[in-house]
Design a protein around this ligand. Structure first.
Ligand SMILES: O=C(O)C(=O)Cc1ccccc1
Length: 285
């Protein structure tokens, strides 16, 4: 059976994203404890695909994923947006005022900053993932331990939900990437992630963006990451919606110092997040 390498353990948000992959059965999901380990597992052919979070609507990009992807030779085969509704979890029968240590993935703690600050006696402790945090609370059986995670983790580990929707931002979404290995699992689609570098001359990024503009391509995300060994020089990751004709690819190749496709995949337009983004787009025009 083809395996999917997933970040974070049973009950993590990445697990929820992996379970929504129609072609993968839940028994085929294997867990890894770092984003880089997921990507390496795909590169080493231990799995046909991987699932990692890449961007959150309140805390921003997970830059470690871009960096691990760059080194690996892997590609992006899909994306999925998951609404993130964080809950405060504890052992059955435990009340809020008994809690002292709250375990979660660093992303979970960051997304619940206001809730955590409203309880200054609690210590937030970054742990492997939200799923692993919930499992730890159950395994340790210590009444002063809580976790931040999702409702499914509470059900899976038999934990009590003490508070719901504790994230700062009511529209809290995480974008997950399906990682694949070329040429297998490479897909077609209307969205593309490009990695590019710009020549070090005035206006070079402007001219690159102009190519997207002239072709009517919607740039949905632009990320810059340092290039190792070239201090203060950057590699750009551009997500572009719209099909790219070959003359545009040629123009980009002429304008960029370096350009490569990291994958072409179907834009995830399902659900509420798409309505929110489309609405915002309409308001702006
Ligand atoms: O720890 C998890 O459950 C993850 O998959 C990472 C994460 C954490 C918080 C919000 C979204 C993703």
């Amino acid at each position: 059976m083809e395996k999917l390498a997933c970040f974070g353990g049973p009950g993590s948000y990445s697990h929820l994203a992996a379970l929504q992959q129609d072609d993968i059965s839940s028994a085929a999901i294997v867990f890894y404890d770092t984003f880089a380990a997921v990507i390496e597992a795909v590169a080493r052919k231990e799995a046909c695909a991987g699932m990692v979070p890449v961007e959150n609507s309140s805390t921003g990009s997970i830059t470690a994923v871009y960096d691990a992807l760059q080194e690996s030779g892997c590609r992006i085969g899909g994306e999925i947006y998951i609404p993130i509704h964080h809950c405060l979890l504890a052992l059955p029968g435990v009340e809020m005022d008994e809690l002292q240590s709250i375990y979660s993935h660093a992303q979970g703690l960051a997304q619940c900053g206001k809730f955590m600050r409203a309880h200054p006696r609690w210590q937030g402790i970054a742990y492997g993932s939200t799923g692993r945090s919930a499992a730890k609370v159950r395994r340790d059986g210590i009444r002063s331990q809580g976790a931040i995670g999702n409702r499914q983790a509470a059900i899976r580990y038999g934990l009590r939900i003490l508070a719901t929707d504790i994230q700062d931002n009511t529209t809290n979404y995480t974008r997950f990437l399906r990682i694949c290995r070329p040429p297998s699992d490479l897909r077609d689609g209307n969205k593309m992630t490009l990695v590019l570098t710009a020549p070090h001359v005035p206006g070079s990024l402007y001219h690159i963006l102009e190519v997207f503009y002239a072709a009517g391509l919607n740039l949905t995300h632009l990320e810059s990451r340092p290039i190792y060994g070239r201090p203060f020089e950057y590699r750009f990751y551009a997500d572009v919606v719209g099909r790219m004709p070959s003359d545009i690819v040629k123009r980009l190749e002429k304008t960029c110092e370096y350009v490569q496709s990291l994958g072409q995949y179907e834009e995830n337009t399902g659900g509420e997040i798409h309505a929110i983004r489309s609405h915002r787009g309409n308001v702006g025009t």
